[in-house]
Ligand binder design. Sequence first.
Ligand SMILES: *[C@@H]1O[C@H](CO)[C@@H](O)[C@H](O)[C@H]1NC(C)=O
Length: 282
Amino acid sequence: MAKLRHSRLQAKKLSTVTLVLSMLFMLTVVLLMLLGLGIFSLPINSDDSPPTDLTSYRRMASERGKGLGKRGQQWTEVLSWEPRAYIYHNFLSKEECEYLINLAKPHMAKSTVVDSKTGKSKDSRVRTSSGMFLRRGQDKIIRDIEKRIADYTFIPVEHGEGLQVLHYEVEQKYDAHFDYFLDEFNTKNGGQRMATVLMYLSDVEEGGETIFPAAKGNVSAVPWWNELSECGKQGLAVKPKMGDALLFWSMRPDATLDPSSLHGGIQGLSCYIEDAVLRNCD
Ligand SMILES: *[C@@H]1O[C@H](CO)[C@@H](O)[C@H](O)[C@H]1NC(C)=O
């Protein structure tokens, strides 16, 4: 009797297991059918979404709703370790980019460079763009952006300079240079520049890359290699995209100057990176 009950129980257990298994099987079939019919799709990367490997960090949290306009999906990507350079996608919204452009437009003046002997601003053939400085914390929208930069870099807002809006026409450029100061005047008055955040305010048809000609590593391994201009291909290059931000450090973690942070701006089809570093390619 006991034996019979035992085997009956076993049979019952078995049929439950069979039932669960067949239900799972049915579910799989239904899911496969739905996938096949395209009613439902797995999240597969399209062009404008973050890669899934470990070189990128994707922010899954939803929008915090700070700042002007709505920002697209945000994710960060390591561009290089020498120099330390990172791209933050959709750092600014389209509205913020337009706001900055409109704010600066009436006040654009020819850009200057810092004189390495006196530390004063001077006109230069090295830099042919125009630009203007915004005051730090000048309005709510600027304060939001400055806070965002501070959060991203872990450098307090008070350590930052005012934002500078730059405009490059076709054929205008900024030869390869360092952002750290080489003069005593600036390093004594305010200290050395540690890092730069470059934000792209508009899309360009061609060129306009920021290039690091002294970057270590395989520069042709960037996913956008085929879209780069001939000049862009002569170093590690970043293609400008509206709203994206490029963070790079001019100093190493031990606070020594990092010469691999040499960088320049390219416009149009011509190449202007300094002769000493690269050959002209036009
Ligand atoms: C650099 O990267 C590209 C693209 O991934 C690859 O084809 C090429 O072989 C690499 N070059 C070297 C020297 O590793």
